[in-house]
Each structure stands twice: as C-alpha cells, then as structure tokens.
Design a protein around this ligand. Structure first.
Ligand code: HEC
Length: 156
C-alpha cells in the first residue's frame, strides 16, 4: 500500500513538472497580406480556414488543452510540424515549383481523407468534411495551384 502511495506521489509530481515544458509556437515570420493563401487566391470554400489554419498557418488558435500537458505537447508539436511542411500564411513566398507541388498535395491529402488529421476532427467537429466538401475543397486546391502558377508568371 505504501509503495502505491509513493508511486502516486511521484506520478503527481511528474504531471506538475511536465507542465513547465511548453514547445513554443510563436510564428517565426511576420505575415504579409501578399503571402497568405486565402488573401491572395479568392473563392475558397469558407470551411478551409477552420479545417487547416489551426495547424498550417501562423494564425493557430490553441484550445485550452493545448496548455495542459501531456496533450498540450502533442498539439503544439503538430502545429510546429505542420508549419514546417506547409504554412498557408507564407505560401506565396515559396519558390513556384514547391508552392504548386504543395497545393496539389493538399488536393490529394484531402481526397484521400488524410487531412485534416483525425485527432483534430475528433475535437473540432466543425472541421469534419463531408464527401461533398472533400470534393469541392480538392478541386479548389487544384485551381489554386494553377492560380499560383499564373500569378508567379505574371510577376516575373
Ligand atoms: C491537427 C493539425 C493539422 C491539421 C488541422 C491539418 N494538418 Fe496537414 N499536416 C499536419 C502535420 C503534423 C503534418 C506533417 C506530418 C504528416 O504528414 O502527417 C501535415 C502534413 C500535411 C501535408 C503534407 C505536406 C508535405 O510536405 O508532406 C499536406 C499537403 C497537408 N498537411 C495539408 C493539409 C490540409 C489541406 C489541411 C486542411 C484540410 C490540413 N493539412 C489540416 C497537421 C495538420
């Protein structure tokens, strides 16, 4: 019994200590209206922001459990990882080839049901996409890839 009590004390202490580790999700770049996906390519379905921007942009909104570890570490690391792969806030600053490739990948990931991450839609039901929305959003991303290409050609 005594051992169990100590184990619980140690567990409680660890849970308190782990709260001090909060991976930093402050964006490293300053955004400009010229580099954000939704501000440069119009006509996106309204649910795109809710489905992707919490992870793939500098406008992430942390839910309350983003401050409570160990779940918080997971949430923050998803944001850090997601931005590293693809950040919609600065996407127009990517080299043309990378940008077009990423936008086409978005269409693919959405169509395959890989994105938004399931762990995200469990908690954010409004980010859950219907088949119809997946279709519409994939199409929009393919159009956005073409629009990004045209935009870069014009700017050359
Ligand atoms: C909960 C956070 C989260 C949300 C919400 C989310 N993603 Fe992701 N996404 C990630 C993470 C983490 C990765 C990198 C690891 C991986 O591929 O699983 C990623 C990877 C990707 C990649 C692959 C990029 C590459 O270079 O390999 C694409 C494309 C993508 N996401 C698109 C989207 C789109 C489009 C949405 C919205 C419909 C979305 N994601 C929503 C977390 C998220």
């Amino acid at each position: 019994m005594k051992r169990l009590k100590w184990a619980l004390y140690i567990l409680a202490a660890l849970l308190v200590l782990i709260q001090f580790y909060q991976p930093d999700i402050t964006p490293r770049t300053t955004d400009t209206a010229n580099s954000d996906l939704l501000r440069t390519i119009p006509g996106a379905p309204s649910y795109l922001r809710g489905a992707c921007y919490d992870c793939h942009s500098n406008e992430s909104k942390l839910p309350w459990y983003g401050y409570v570890n160990p779940v918080g570490i997971l949430v923050r690391n998803h944001i850090i990882e997601a931005r590293k792969h693809l950040n919609f806030s600065v996407i127009q600053d990517y080299p043309t080839e990378k940008k077009v490739k990423k936008l086409n990948e978005c269409a693919e990931e959405i169509r395959d049901g890989e994105m938004p991450l399931q762990s995200y839609t469990w908690m954010h039901h409004d980010a859950q996409l219907s088949d119809e929305q997946r279709n519409e959003l994939s199409h929009w991303f393919e159009t956005a890839a073409a629009a990004a290409l045209a935009r870069d050609m014009n700017n050359q």
